[in-house]
Design a protein. Structure first.
Lengths: 252, 585
């Protein structure tokens, strides 16, 4: 398959077989270096031509489904949106996303995130009880802009892989979940900010963050989870001051 | 390893966690809270291919300058009169409410200055009625819906479970056998009703906008269980995909005013009975014609030598430069992002190279208007299904609301059925054991050095492109069908190198390949039987539409000996007798 006029690049891929007792080990594969090829294209070339047993997730190959996050040369990246040519002459290291248990080769277990997601109540919460739908809730373009950035998260887990706090404390709610809570808080149609704040205070959801800002730096969709966490800390701090000053209504 | 266990029993089990599957699940959770509901998917729900839809979702808002009848007529004529008009009337009536429901669930629809929903033009639509969330509509709809389903903690999810077989006994579908990918265990989940919502099958072709997961799984499962597939010869080419990657450049780019130009910078669609060029977009005209006609025009333009050679085939160009940076950034930001990333060009200043690309399967599991699939207990919705509202050619922005309308309908119908269905029969366990043996044998089959899943898949894809592209002939499809038979033998014999259980993607790929082979065969046989040209099925040996013989659906089903059989089913005509498809005049 390889055109001899093409340059090659070595991909140093971490392999791990759960059914063997061996620890993860890097294995070198030579793949063609073409300007259109992403790291994912390289992995698919390896799987098709050299070793069909190589395990990794991928689907849309256009940076929107969030499946194909891996550590590339130590940095969390969407492999479908990361080009091999940026790593020439190589070798380029491809490893599973950091901070997650490895299932096999480049596949990690993200169930921890999937379990945290519902805890921040990422859905519209209303004070009124609308059952009949007559028309839309009005929302001006400016109101849409207020939360739009936080609605762009594709759950790719790069921010969790980059987060030093999550690496040390798996109980930390984590950047994407907090950004999503903020997305709904800022939505003019939503009345659930109070409930989400309770969850995030109660579960130590935001306090663990030390503002390293790695999450925002690696986010492929410019969501700025660090900004969301910052805003929550301010909200939570105000809340704790208020709690000292004001009596709480019964039942809250 | 403990295989073959029945690990759970549900009332209704959705296969697929995209828009259709999740909408079905919520419909049941909301209206039949006493029922036990589950969603099983080979990927996490938010990875489903609904996420890639860009341009928008059609729903006529009655109090504006639009009517349900006009949306229905556009859909009927877009379908080249093969769509069932009772289904289309129900669809257009329910679509706006479904889109509003998504609004109430948090979908960030783009807005007018006063806060109301904004709509845009779309191909083949005579009115502006396409709701949109910039150009990431599917992404936003899917995430809003998925996040809303998290409210319903009682909905069980089986994320990353790959279904290998439908359990059928006593004439009823009673559940599935599936591989839990994380562990590799082969397990059974029984259910009184199963809703297939696994999306399309674009991976049967080499060059497609579809994701890696779009391998026609639900269609193949239904076919093998004895349910018929419908209108499988109708495969949609989208006229504007990026060369090499096949990434979609949304029709919204043309709806916002983009032009398609040939190598001479000429808006060539004017030569193909699609209207006359105008500086601003005209509905149902030129660049806003239907996808089948635009893709066909490309082929003729290439034959005339007026396209441009690229390393990845002939291309024409999409010109957005006159729209300006501000409009592109507000209405088409994803188009710009994709062009910058994958083509290293900026559409604000440069032309986008595009060519037709496999995009959508109009055919699918034959269902009635409530998603019932012709086997008791089996339902289907979304691209997996063929109701049919799309007939011979789907209009852009009809598929997202189709997922919602018919997802909800299937969910409700499945719930009603499950409420009175008898319990699972004991004979099901034997089928589970049988499936465990089959899968274990596949895992144990040693891989040869001279063949593999990837190679067979690649040959299947190129075979299909040659045999059943934008233009087909009887001989091209016959030759293709023979080649697919040979590939089937190889696929049946292929071995697996990876003998480990957890996340065995090679095993999954082998099973997906078997699905693709079944789908490919159905496409070719249905296409051979249809000796006319209609919509996306264009035969140079039968270039005219033939309503006398072919104003009918094709059902393909498996005979007892496993061979496919084709029969016709009349199209339902309610108010719009067959007529000429007129665009641009």
């Amino acid at each position: 398959m390889t055109d001899e006029s093409d340059d090659n690049i070595t991909m140093r891929v971490t392999r791990y077989r759960p059914d063997k007792n061996d620890p993860p080990v890097p294995v070198d594969y030579g793949v063609p270096l073409r300007k259109e090829w992403t790291v994912l294209d390289g992995l698919n070339h390896i799987k098709a031509e050299q070793d069909e047993s190589l395990a990794f997730r991928w689907s849309c190959r256009m940076g929107i489904c969030g499946s194909c996050g891996m550590n590339v040369d130590g940095e969390p990246r969407l492999t479908c949106a990361t080009f091999l040519s940026d790593y020439a002459p190589g070798p380029v290291r491809v490893e599973p996303l950091a901070n997650f248990p490895v299932v096999k080769d480049l596949v990690v277990d993200i169930n921890d995130f999937m379990e945290k997601l519902p805890r921040v109540k990422p859905w519209i919460i209303r004070d009124d009880d609308v059952t009949e739908i007559d028309g839309e809730y009005l929302q001006t373009p400016e109101e849409l802009d207020a939360y739009k950035q936080f609605s762009m998260c594709i759950n790719c887990m790069l921010c969790y892989a980059a987060c030093p706090v999550y690496g040390l404390d798996p109980d930390f709610m984590g950047p994407a979940a907090i950004a999503l809570a903020e997305r709904y808080d800022l939505d003019s149609r939503d009345h659930g900010a109070r409930e989400r704040l309770d969850v995030l205070i109660e579960h130590e959801g935001v306090w663990g963050c030390t503002f390293v800002g790695e999450c925002t730096r690696v986010c492929p969709k410019h969501v700025d989870p660090a900004g969301a966490i910052q805003r929550y800390k301010v909200k939570a701090a105000k809340e704790s001051v208020m709690a000292f000053l004001l009596p709480r209504a019964a039942g809250r | 390893m403990a295989d073959g266990e029945v690990v759970a029993d549900h009332d209704v089990l959705m296969i697929g966690g995209g828009l259709a599957g999740l909408r079905a699940a919520v419909a049941i959770a909301e209206t039949s809270a006493h029922l036990d509901v589950a969603v099983m998917s080979k990927v996490y729900p938010m990875r489903s291919h609904s996420v890639s839809a860009e341009g928008g979702a059609a729903g006529a808002i009655a109090d504006d300058d639009d009517t349900l009848d006009e949306h229905a007529y556009d859909t009927v004529s877009g379908s080249d009169w093969l769509g069932d008009q009772d289904a289309i009337e129900a669809f257009v009536a329910e679509a706006p409410r479904e889109l509003l429901q998504l609004e109430h669930w948090g979908c960030p629809w783009s807005r007018q200055p006063d806060g109301r929903i904004a709509v845009r033009a779309f191909g083949g639509m005579k009115k502006m009625r396409t709701w949109f969330a910039a150009d990431k509509t599917g992404f936003h709809m899917l995430h809003a819906l998925f996040q809303t389903t998290l409210k319903y903690r009682e909905v069980t999810r089986y994320d990353e479970w790959f279904v290998t077989r439908l359990l059928v006994d006593d004439g009823r579908v009673q559940g599935v056998v599936a591989i839990e990918l994380m562990t590799g265990r082969i397990q059974a989940v029984t259910a009184k009703a199963v809703v297939l919502a696994t999306g399309g099958c674009g991976k049967v072709f080499p060059f497609t906008t579809n994701a890696n997961i779009n391998t026609g799984d639900g269609m193949a499962l239904a076919l093998r269980a004895g349910a018929p597939l419908k209108d499988m010869e109708f495969v949609q080419y989208h006229p504007t995909g990026l060369p090499f990657t096949g990434i979609l450049i949304t029709e919204a780019a043309r709806a916002e005013g983009g032009w398609l130009v040939n190598a001479d910078g000429y808006r060539y669609l004017q030569d193909y009975d699609l209207g006359t060029p105008s500086p601003t977009p005209v509905l149902r005209s030129m660049e806003l014609g239907p996808r089948d006609r635009l893709s066909q025009a490309f082929v003729h333009e290439a034959e005339k030598g007026r396209t441009t050679a690229s390393p990845y085939g002939e291309v024409v160009h999409l010109d957005l430069r006159h729209l300006g940076e501000k409009l592109i950034d507000s209405k088409l930001p994803f188009v710009r992002e994709l062009c910058l990333k994958y083509e290293r060009i900026d559409p604000v200043h440069e032309l986008i190279p595009v060519r037709p690309v496999i995009h959508y399967m109009m055919g699918g599991v034959h269902t009635d208007i409530d998603g019932a699939a012709g086997l008791d207990g089996l339902y289907a919705a979304g691209e997996t299904a063929c109701v049919s509202i799309n007939g011979a050619n789907r209009l852009g922005s009809n598929s997202l609301p189709e997922c919602l309308v018919f997802g909800a309908r299937s969910g409700r119908a499945a719930a009603e059925y499950a409420g009175s269905a008898p319990p699972t029969t004991a004979a099901v366990q034997a089928q589970v054991d049988d499936e465990v043996r089959r899968l274990r044998a596949l895992l144990d089959r040693p891989a040869g050095d001279d063949d593999g899943v990837a190679r067979i898949r690649e040959e299947l894809q190129s075979t299909m492109e040659e045999a059943a592209g934008i233009y087909r002939t009887g001989p091209s499809m016959e030759k293709g069908a023979d080649a697919v038979q040979a590939l089937r033998e190889r696929a049946d014999a292929v071995g697996i190198r990876d003998t480990s259980r957890p996340f065995n993607t090679e095993l999954v790929a082998a099973l997906e390949l078997a699905n693709l082979v079944d789908i490919g065969e159905c496409i070719l046989l249905s296409g051979l039987a249809r000796e006319e040209s209609r919509g996306a099925h264009q035969r140079t040996d039968f270039p005219a539409r033939d309503d006398e013989h072919f104003l009918a659906h094709h059902l393909v089903r498996r005979a007892d000996d496993g061979s496919p059989r084709i029969e016709q089913l009349p199209v339902t005509i309610t108010r719009w007798p067959p007529g000429e498809r007129v665009y641009g005049r």
